[in-house]
Design a protein around this ligand. Sequence first.
Ligand code: NAD
Length: 371
Amino acid sequence: MHSIYLKTKIHSGIGSLRVLSQYKNQKIFIVCDGFLLKNGGVNPLLEAIDSTCEVKIFHEVVPDPPLDTVAKALAQFQRFAPQVMVALGGGSAIDTAKGVLYFSRQMPGNVPVKLIAVPTTSGTGSEVTSVTVLTDTHSKRKHMVVDESIMPDEAILDARLVLSVPPQITANTGMDVLTHALEAYVATGSNPFSDAMAEKAVEFVRSSLFTCYSKGGNLQARGQMHEASTFAGIAFDKAGLGLSHSLAHQLGGVFHIPHGLANALVLKDVVLHNSKNPTVRSKYATLARHTGISSVSKNEEEAVLDLVRCIEDFKFRMKMPGTVRDCGISRREYNEAMPILAINTLKDWCMSSNPTRTEPEDVVKLLNSIY
Ligand code: NAD
């Protein structure tokens, strides 16, 4: 039996921000980062909100949102006491808002607040997931809080908001989408519903990611990648993730390597590692064939190699760093961190749905191979 819970009402398409105008006489708390406030990225949102609403903006979101930032936002949120919270930004803004919602719900006398997610990157899928990833800056660990109550009530996918994403962030976030889809497809919780979403996400990544990178103003490609991100988010929310994310969380927590780039660094090696399990190999081959990455005339091993080539080809064409060393991390620094990276990878929540048995020595081997 598969029980699939889809809470979020998704509005997708150019101009979909206008659905915000349905809220009248409400207090609306906006969560975004300083960049979107300064470059005017928040203006289309403010224009869409009805003039009868009272608005307060928290604009101190930072990448890999630390718990301290969530605490700061929570204090302002409680003073303002809104009925609606709108998270505008990449995964970091949406996760900060989810953190605020999560902790506010633990407090006595809390009243329900609607969460509306408006992604401005096409990557995390956080607009449709029950997950927030928060960083403990003291232990340098990224923690996942998983709770259905923080799944956004609404998600607004307006591709005009991603036109300003620069090529390198387009590449990183696009590889995050691909990683979500690939991990969800083989995760222990995968099912026909999540598989369908993951396949569609990979199809759109193949047709549109490079165009978004090389011709950022192409609204049609941006629209496809924006939807691909949401499809992949739904897929992994229902199926789980795996070893790529467990490693990426450590690389992000310790070295602040952007999340999508960290996934891109490890994805090929994780696919090869997980393919040692014949069931997983067969499933990767199916994905590769269904999405046109490989063909039915090829055997499973060849189809997996086509999938690996596809990953590497994207990284090459989008001029992404190929190794941890390319990200400016010294060998000494990396070696010093290695034991803790390995231990915390195995403790990471995403490992619980990785389909292939993984020993500490496998993780150390992977960490060495990506340097
Ligand atoms: P991000 O939110 O950290 O943003 C990256 C950069 O892009 C920031 O500097 C931001 O200012 C900039 N940016 C955002 N929108 C822009 C725009 N329209 N134009 C120009 N610049 C823009 O990056 P992200 O990859 O979207 O999110 C990463 C975070 O999400 C990580 O903390 C990761 O762990 C988390 N995550 C969460 C989930 C989930 O389900 N909750 C899933 C995957 C990842």
